[in-house]
Design a binder for this molecule. Structure first.
Ligand code: RP5
Length: 171
């Protein structure tokens, strides 16, 4: 617990956000925005499974030792990035299907969600909602051992409840 707090104070990344291309940023920025809002130390970068496989392996192989507690990985099309990262680390991988040009992200979704038994990738909704929710899941995981973060997450939920309670339909 003390060690974890020291890491938080030091600002070393607890969550890694990676994506297959800078073109995924429009979607993946929503994960980064949530992590920033909650004050969770994180890092974000492009790691392409098929264009930079050596760097991808290195990222996954060193993730745990670097202190990462979750990796949010977004990719589009034949979206093998989350699965390949998961193959090389036991740090939980949260996969975000990025909308693709021709199949609107259904290809990305199926590529990420249909992991063979034994190597899990937690898979989220296609696009912005998936990116934001992956970040919220990472925060929920960290909040299990961080009371201050848990309080922030509960306040975030309360705010959404209030917004729904305040909703009015047209007369
Ligand atoms: C995937 O190919 C990326 O995740 C991206 O969604 C898709 C297209 O990449 P770019 O051609 O835009 O670089 O690797």
């Amino acid at each position: 617990m003390n060690e974890q707090k020291a890491v938080l104070v030091a600002g070393m990344p607890l969550v890694g956000v990676v994506m297959g291309s800078s073109s995924d940023w429009d979607v993946m920025q929503h994960a980064v925005a949530i992590l920033t809002e909650f004050g969770v130390p994180h890092e974000a970068q492009v790691i392409s499974a098929h264009r930079m496989p050596d760097q991808m392996f290195e990222y996954a192989a060193t993730a745990k030792a670097r202190g990462l507690r979750a990796i949010i990985a977004g990719a589009g099309g034949a979206a093998h990035l989350p699965g390949m990262l998961a193959a090389k680390t036991i740090v939980p991988v949260l996969g975000v299907p990025v909308p693709s040009k021709y199949l609107r992200g259904e290809d990305s979704l199926l590529s990420i969600v249909q992991m063979p038994k034994g190597i899990p990738v937690a898979t989220y909704a296609i696009g912005e909602a998936g990116a934001a929710n992956a970040a919220l899941s990472a925060i929920a995981m960290l909040a299990m051992t961080d009371d201050a973060l848990a309080a922030k997450l509960l306040a975030f939920r309360d705010k959404q409840t209030q917004i729904a309670l305040d909703m009015k339909l047209p007369a």
